[in-house]
Design a binder for this molecule. Sequence first.
Ligand code: IMP
Ligand code: MG
Length: 176
Amino acid sequence: MTKFRKRVLVSEEQIADRIKQLGQKISSDYEGKKLYVVSLLKGSFIFTADLVRAIHIPVVIDFMTTSSYGHDETSSGRVQIVHDVRGDLTGYDVLIVDDILDTGYTMQAVKAHLQNKNPNSIQICTFLDKPSRRKVDVTPDYTGEVIEDLFVVGYGLNYGDYERNIPYIYVNEPIQ
Ligand code: IMP
Ligand code: MG
């Protein structure tokens, strides 16, 4: 039976540093605007909680849940909105916040869905980005860390039903 060991990819200290920088950048970019954060559940709940506390301008915080057919770990391209934010976003500058941008199917569907609510602007903030996995043309405006094609766990990212509460990001590596 293969045994695995955890390899830390992004430590708690690295996460905290990046979030401080992201919060400062977002605060200055959105100064004077009506910032409306849309956090995609469940994966982004921890990142969102940290990020909004690093933002020093007024911010509305809302949550959205999506589901995609197929496996939890990979999107299928058919994304359903399970829980939605308010119907009209006129005048708001929307920032979609997610844990990781993988194929991009989820983000593309969410962005198109929110566009119909007439916001002033829509931008994307994802803590992790796996650009090599992209299937559709989606580019994040704010990114914590760019990573290779690895299945990562912790800091909101699940392994089965577990591990979302692990305060750092790791990969499981087989022990030779
Ligand atoms: P996308 O639609 O393929 O971009 O999928 C994004 C979603 O897939 C993320 O919000 C995660 O829920 C999940 N996901 C993608 N890669 C990973 C990973 O490495 N670990 C855990 N979940 C992942
Ligand atoms: Mg997710």
